[in-house]
Design a protein around this ligand. Structure first.
Ligand SMILES: NC(=O)c1ccc[n+]([C@@H]2O[C@H](COP(=O)([O-])OP(=O)(O)OC[C@H]3O[C@@H](n4cnc5c(N)ncnc54)[C@H](O)[C@@H]3O)[C@@H](O)[C@H]2O)c1
Length: 259
């Protein structure tokens, strides 16, 4: 019996995979033999990742589009052909940067748009675009990268957390509606990772009060790295994950533990 995870012949679309967590996932899926569609808002970032995957012997194509624009999403998915695995990864922790904390009472509706459009609408758009072909093909995997901000609450990040909780809720309904078509849907909920999104936190070696407070709340006192979730994502996306659905699996250094 082989325990290696291979995704040969599977086509995966990973949103926001021009850097950070998505880039790590794109490399892992490429190494596992999947045909990787590297999406990002920024064309040059997507193309860089494609070049890296190809140099490593994998197969990849850049599919730049904005996940918040449903027409662009459907047009890109239509051109790409059927997609077996969708990783909803594109996210936005706020236009003012990750460290910015705003109490909900101090926000206005105009401030909410940026969070909801990417973190919730982006997931709705991409999932809606790929799902019909998964249903008719009788196989599919949907992974959505969410945040502990949406599970445990996040003082100062309420709207981001609400958007992530909404996306996580969608996953559970997708699992129930589509299990009979051979489709699974799961969330991976992350604690604070070291990626370009959070880089300001670590720029001074993580010595700021905010960085120290975050790390002291983790059993494993370091920020996560994209490598911390890649193997989990591969399992969930493979045939080995065929009886795991509707779940939210935390990759968070032991930040919170629930039964
Ligand atoms: N970094 C963390 O600490 C952390 C914690 C919890 C959850 N997450 C989630 O993990 C995911 C990846 O985060 P990251 O840290 O790698 O972020 P990042 O900001 O480093 O990278 C995100 C990528 O998504 C792209 N993107 C943004 N908006 C897009 C859009 N509208 N359409 C297409 N692409 C778009 C960006 O150009 C960027 O390349 C996000 O969903 C984020 O919310 C991150």
């Amino acid at each position: 019996m082989s325990t290696a995870i291979t995704l040969n012949g599977r086509r995966v679309l990973i949103t926001g995979s021009g850097q950070g967590v998505g880039r790590g996932l794109a490399h892992a899926f490429g190494a596992a033999g999947a045909d990787v569609l590297v999406n990002d808002l920024r064309t040059e970032r997507a193309q860089e990742v494609v070049d890296e995957i190809r140099e490593a012997g994998g197969t990849a194509l850049a599919v730049p589009f904005d996940v918040t624009d449903y027409e662009s999403v459907t047009s890109a998915v239509g051109q790409a052909g059927s997609i077996d695995i969708l990783v909803n990864n594109a996210g936005n922790a706020g236009t003012e940067g990750f460290g910015t904390r705003n109490r909900f009472a101090d926000t206005e509706p105009a401030d909410w748009e940026a969070f909801l459009r990417v973190n919730l609408y982006g997931v709705l758009h991409c999932t809606r675009a790929v799902l019909p072909a998964m249903v008719s093909g009788g196989w599919g995997r949907i992974l959505t990268i969410v945040s502990d901000a949406g599970r445990t609450g996040d003082p100062g990040g309420a709207v981001y957390g609400a958007a992530k909780a909404g996306a996580a809720g969608l996953t559970r309904s997708l699992a129930l509606e589509n299990g009979r078509f051979g489709i699974t849907a799961n969330n991976i909920s992350l604690g604070t990772m070291r990626t370009p999104m959070t880089e300001p936190l670590w720029a001074d070696g993580g010595s700021s009060p905010q960085a120290k407070a975050i790390l002291s709340s983790y059993a494993i006192r370091r920020p996560g790295s994209p490598d911390d979730l890649t193997h989990l994502a591969l399992v969930l996306a493979s045939d080995h994950g065929s009886w795991i659905t509707g779940q939210t699996i935390c990759v968070n250094g032991g930040y919170s533990m629930t039964l």
